[in-house]
Write a protein that binds this ligand. Structure first.
Ligand code: MG
Length: 255
């Protein structure tokens, strides 16, 4: 990855908001389908069809060879799960859905983790803490702060709850590329990180494990799972840095 951070003009941020609103609407639409008996491939097809109906192109399909449009990561899967007709949702599961589109030359990217039917209180707490850590990080999106302020805020929130943040995968800048500088880690790397400037757009995406932070990639080459098989959750928003604070371009994923 080149190291130059590309700032976006106000009119480009308007387009990025449109792209991210297609992502948010897709994730919201999928909520009604996430229930026992549904396969992750069905969700993938629904997402792709919806996004294309809005004039956008799914961003993950074919990205470095990823076979689906939607990343579907179940229970101990952290990120990058591949949609499959063999994976059938069942009561008590948690499912992370991560979606991206390209629209008018710009990318949108967001993720949520959702319950399948009724889930136990431990899973419920993991979802709440992971969502909370994302918003705690977003609060640090202020001109003059550094990326490390976001990282530290996410890490503190997660670790105070007794969970751990994944280190091997991080958030990122986003714009005319899906992944741009800077990297946005969810833990403090104890290094000098970029200052936040108006026009920067970043995808903040804490991946939180109920157990240890270690992860591994399955033999399919994509699916990331917790090494200790503990539950994992993932929430993501694309956020623009403005003089007035954070502007969440992908807002609305919760509705
Ligand atoms: Mg992302």
């Amino acid at each position: 990855m080149a190291s130059v951070i590309i700032l976006k003009s106000p009119s480009q941020i308007v387009i990025m908001k449109e792209a991210n609103q297609i992502v948010a609407q897709t994730l919201s639409m999928l909520r009604d389908y996430i229930k026992p008996g549904v396969t992750t491939l069905e969700l993938d097809k629904l997402a792709e069809k919806f996004a294309r109906s809005k004039g956008s192109v799914p961003a993950f399909k074919g990205y470095r060879g990823f076979p689906g449009s939607l990343c579907v990561s179940l229970n101990e899967q952290v990120v990058h799960g591949i949609p499959s007709k063999k994976v059938v949702l069942k009561e008590g599961d948690i499912l992370s859905i991560d979606f991206g589109v390209k629209y008018k030359g710009f990318f949108g990217d967001a993720a949520v983790t959702l319950p399948v039917g009724k889930i136990d209180s431990a899973a419920e707490k993991l979802l709440n803490v992971t969502r909370g850590s994302l918003f705690n990080g977003i609060e640090q999106v202020r001109v003059g702060n550094r990326v490390s302020d976001i990282s530290q805020a996410v890490q503190n929130y997660v670790e105070q709850a007794g969970y751990s943040v994944v280190r091997q995968f991080v958030g990122h800048g986003i714009g005319q590329s899906l992944h741009e500088p800077p990297e946005v880690p969810n833990y403090n790397r104890n290094e000098r990180s970029a200052k936040l400037l108006p026009g920067m757009v970043i995808a903040i995406e804490p991946m939180v494990n109920a157990g240890g932070y270690e992860v591994k990639v399955l033999r399919d080459g994509w699916t990331v799972v917790t090494s200790d098989k503990s539950l994992s959750a993932h929430f993501e928003h694309s956020v623009a840095v403005t003089e007035d604070g954070p502007l969440i371009l992908s807002y609305g994923t919760e509705s």
